[in-house]
Design a protein around this ligand. Structure first.
Ligand SMILES: [Zn+2]
Ligand SMILES: [Zn+2]
Length: 166
């Protein structure tokens, strides 16, 4: 068995509470709460990312749980899925050697995720499309998919960016 694929995390196979903890000083001792459905979908993404490889590419969590204050501080959406209620239902993630759109397409393959494409990586959450399934940050402003193209991420991406999907 590949040493790197051992079950390790204290949240799920590949994820740790410390990765999802709100970074503000007030939350240092607060319980980390992450939806098990979100973790399951992230683990499915890892299976797809590692498919055909004999090594494991880590998924880096840039932002997991956020308290209201932290969410405000960093300019998150009011009522963001990052705020545990009671569980956090969102993650901002990146993977070395995968572009944000490549990572987004893997999230789409897993299904049941809303996907935001940014420069630093992607946002995923398990909220049903309301009404947008995808968004792309142009600068800091998101462009939403609902009225443009809500069924195919790559089509939406091409319409918005004019790029083929690199
Ligand atoms: Zn906090
Ligand atoms: Zn996010």
């Amino acid at each position: 068995m590949d040493e790197n694929k051992k079950s390790l995390g204290d949240l799920s196979t590949n994820f740790w509470k410390k990765e999802f903890r709100c970074p503000c000083p007030k939350c240092r001792r607060k319980k980390v709460r992450v939806s098990s459905l979100l973790l399951f979908k992230l683990e499915m993404m890892i299976m797809i990312i590692d498919r055909g490889l004999n090594f494991h590419r880590p998924v880096i969590v840039l932002s997991g749980n956020r308290c209201e204050e932290e969410n405000k501080r960093i300019g998150g959406f009011p009522g963001s899925e990052h705020i545990p209620a009671p569980d956090g239902e969102a993650a901002d993630i990146t993977v070395d050697s995968l572009t944000p759109i490549e990572l987004g397409l893997i999230a789409e393959e897993v299904g049941g995720l809303r996907i935001g494409i940014a420069k630093w990586g992607i946002h995923v959450d398990i909220k049903p499309p309301s009404p947008s399934k995808f968004w792309i940050y142009i600068g800091v402003k998101p462009v939403y998919s609902a009225k443009i193209e809500n069924t195919s991420l790559i089509k939406f991406y091409r319409i918005i960016t004019g790029k083929e999907g690199e």
